[in-house]
Design a protein around this ligand. Structure first.
Ligand code: BTN
Length: 245
């Protein structure tokens, strides 16, 4: 596992990648790394920030970006790239797999023991995509705001030891580079099938707001089809919880 101290100067590019990490821009502070990626003209450039003053989460939420503890970064990509969110969640799970078993939770969270370790926010402006990834790396429970303590955790809390953020960033970017190459080769369906297996939600009973029902299928765009009473509902976003069978 990663437990070495952060020592080496961080590279400004990753060797051996096709796209993701060809250039790495380090920022001490920015509003949101997704903004930097959306402005960028360079396919594959990664913007990593030590702190974000206005980090964004899904559904207009604020993303808590504590300095020194996490990885807050965005990859600028030429779009469109359908399936990118699925591919990114799998890449995160796989990059950590030699140290810790993470699970992928619909729609795009990566969790340990039911608590969120990583969030993914893909935004698009014209043909520019920002793949934004936030990973809680070396947080202790008290580093999260009180409102998040019951639902958030970090890689370090999961394994009981500190992680080298730089080494993990490198590993994750290499894995993301593979995933983007797969999507661009037209292998999105394979990745989507792997993601559907990973979220493991078909056949399960869920609650989403006032709706409870059984998930019968996952649509190509990731939306859930939920059978409730006599009708079928399409659930494209939101927070779902699993109910006991
Ligand atoms: C979520 O709500 O789960 C998505 C969170 C995404 C957070 C990351 S941190 C880096 C990038 N910049 C942002 O403003 N958001 C994403």
């Amino acid at each position: 596992m990663y437990s070495c101290l952060e020592g080496e100067a961080p590279p400004a590019r990753l060797e051996g990648v096709r796209v993701v990490g060809r250039r790495i821009v380090r920022l001490e502070e920015t509003d949101s790394t997704n903004n930097r990626a959306l402005e960028s003209m360079e396919d594959g450039t990664v913007f990593v920030a030590e702190r974000q003053s206005a980090g964004r989460g899904r559904r207009g939420r604020r993303w808590h970006s504590a300095p020194e503890l996490g990885l807050w970064f965005s990859v600028a990509l030429d779009g469109p790239l359908p399936g990118l969110t699925f591919a990114a969640a799998l890449a995160m799970r796989d990059a950590a797999a030699s140290c810790v078993a993470l699970s992928v939770k619909w729609p795009n969270d990566v969790c340990y023991a039911g608590r969120k370790v990583c969030g993914i926010l893909v935004e698009q402006r014209n043909h520019r995509i920002a793949l934004g990834i936030g990973v809680n790396v070396n947080h202790q429970q008290e580093d999260f705001p009180p409102s998040l303590r019951h639902c958030a955790t970090s890689l370090s809390l999961a394994v009981g030891a500190p992680w080298d953020r730089e080494a993990f960033l490198r590993k994750l970017l290499l894995r993301l580079d593979e995933s983007v190459a797969q999507l661009r080769r037209g292998e999105g369906d394979l990745l989507r099938m792997e993601w559907i297996r990973a979220i493991d939600i078909v056949g399960k009973r869920i609650r989403r707001g006032a709706l409870t029902g059984c998930v019968t299928a996952v649509e190509p765009d990731g939306a859930l089809l939920v059978q409730s009473g006599g009708s079928l509902h399409r659930v494209a976003c939101g927070d779902v919880s699993l109910l006991s069978p």
